[in-house]
Design a protein around this ligand. Structure first.
Ligand code: 13P
Ligand code: SF4
Length: 352
C-alpha cells in the first residue's frame, strides 16, 4: 500500500496531515515534534535516493508519515524486490530487512535499530533445519519468513502468514516440514487437512515413523501472539458482546477458532475496512489498531496495549533519522548464504 504522506517534505503539511488523523490521541506539541522529524527524514530520503518500507506494526505517527510503502511481510518483500532506489530503510524487524537484502544484494539495506529481533526467528538455527532434513530425507522444507537468512538458505521455499496454506499446497507433496512457528503450522495443518507432528531432538523413533502425518513442525512461538488466551476472548465478549474479534495466524488454533476472523496483518486491515461492526478488537500488536483507527475514524477499535512487540517498538522516527544520517545499521549477508536464501524467497514471491 502506498503511504499518504511518505512524499511530503514540508513540516507544516506533515503536521496538518498527522493532526487530521491523530489529534484525538496524540498531544499537539508531540505531533509538531514528530512532523519536524518526519520532514527531515523525507528530505534526506530524497537526497539519498532511498525508499522507506514500513510494517503495519509501526507506531501511528511513523506509520502515517515517512514510509513510501506500508504493508505486511509479503507486501513489503514484493516492494523490496521491485524498488529502483539505492537504499532501502526497513522500518520493521531484522528478518524483514534481511529479506530485502536477500532480494537486493547490490543495494544498501538499513535497519534503524540493532535490537529489532523476533522470538520466532531466534527459535531455530540452520543446524536445526539440517538435522530435520537428515531425519526426514526428501521432505520439502517450508520456512516462515520470520527466520534469519541462514535458515532460509536451508529451505526449499518461504511463506508468510498471508500465503502459508497456498505455499504448502503448491508443493504437491504428501509431507512437508513447516518451520518454525508452532501455531501457524497448526493453523495451516487444520486449513489444509493435514496431521502435524513435532519431533523431539531424539533420533527418529519407530513410533514417529509409524505415525500417519503430513506435516512436521517446530516449537517456535511469537512472544506476542502466544499471550492471547480463550479466557481473554471470553472476558472481552462478556464486556463487549457486539465486538468483532480478529486474530493473527500466529495465535493458537484455539484462539483463532474462538475469533471471528483470522489472517495476516494486511488481511485483518482489509477485513475491518470492508465490514461494518459496532467495534473491533485485534489480537495482535496494538499499534495496528491505532493505525486503522487513525485512517478510518468511523471505526471503533478496542485497545489491548499491554501486549506489545518489543522488537517492532525499537523502530522510532529518531532512530530512522539517525539511520539515514549515519548509514546504520547496514544489513550484510555472506553471498553463499544469500544466494541460497534468495531461491526460497523468490520461489515464494513467484507463487503470487
Ligand atoms: P504479517 O506478515 O502478517 O505482517 O506478520 C508479520 C509478523 O511478524 C506478525 O507478528
Ligand atoms: Fe516476531 Fe511476534 Fe514481534 Fe512479529 S510480533 S516480529 S512474530 S516477536
Amino acid at each position: 500500500m502506498i503511504s499518504l504522506l511518505g512524499n511530503e517534505t514540508s513540516a507544516n503539511h506533515l503536521y496538518t496531515g498527522l493532526q487530521a488523523m491523530l489529534a484525538d490521541v496524540v498531544p499537539d506539541f508531540e505531533l509538531r515534534m514528530k512532523a519536524d522529524l518526519a520532514a527531515d527524514i523525507n528530505r534526506l530520503k530524497v537526497e539519498r535516493n532511498a525508499v522507506i518500507l514500513g510494517h503495519n506494526y509501526m507506531e501511528p505517527a511513523l506509520f502515517h508519515s515517512i514510509p513510501d510503502y506500508v504493508g505486511d511481510s509479503l507486501d513489503l518483500a514484493r516492494q523490496a524486490a521491485t524498488t529502483d532506489k539505492d537504499i532501502i530503510v526497513f522500518c520493521g524487524v531484522r528478518f524483514m530487512a534481511e529479506t530485502a537484502k536477500i532480494l537486493n544484494p547490490g543495494k544498501t539495506v538499513l535497519l534503524p535499530s540493532k535490537n529489532a529481533g523476533c522470538s520466532l526467528a531466534a527459535s531455530i538455527t540452520a543446524a536445526d533445519v539440517r538435522e530435520l532434513k537428515y531425519k526426514f530425507p526428501g521432505v520439502p522444507v517450508v520456512t516462515y519468513v520470520n527466520t534469519y537468512a541462514e535458515v532460509k538458505a536451508e529451505s526449499d521455499i518461504c511463506c508468510t502468514s498471508s500465503n502459508a496454506a497456498a505455499v504448502v499446497e503448491s508443493l504437491k507433496s504428501e509431507t512437508v516440514i513447516f518451520l518454525p512457528d508452532e501455531y501457524l503450522a497448526r493453523n495451516v495443518a487444520k486449513e489444509t487437512g493435514r496431521h502435524i507432528i513435532f519431533p523431539t531432538k531424539e533420533p527418529h523413533s519407530a513410533s514417529e515413523a509409524e505415525l500417519d502425518y503430513q506435516m512436521i513442525g517446530w516449537r517456535g512461538r511469537c512472544e506476542v501472539h502466544e499471550k492471547f488466551t480463550l479466557d481473554d476472548i471470553a472476558n472481552i465478549r462478556k464486556q463487549f458482546p457486539d465486538v468483532v474479534i480478529l486474530a493473527h495466524q500466529e495465535c493458537s488454533p484455539e484462539v483463532v477458532a474462538a475469533s471471528d476472523y483470522s489472517g495476516s496483518t494486511n488481511s485483518m486491515i482489509k477485513y475491518v475496512e470492508q465490514t461494518k461492526a459496532p467495534r473491533y478488537l485485534l489480537l495482535t500488536e496494538c499499534a495496528m489498531g491505532e493505525n486503522i483507527a487513525a485512517a478510518n475514524p468511523e471505526k471503533e477499535m478496542l485497545r489491548l496495549c499491554s501486549v506489545r512487540c518489543p522488537h517492532m517498538n525499537q523502530i522510532t522516527l529518531e532512530e530512522t533519522l539517525a539511520s539515514l544520517q549515519k548509514d546504520q545499521y547496514v544489513i550484510e549477508i555472506p553471498e553463499e548464504i544469500r544466494a541460497r536464501a534468495a531461491r526460497a524467497v523468490e520461489r515464494m514471491i513467484a507463487i503470487g
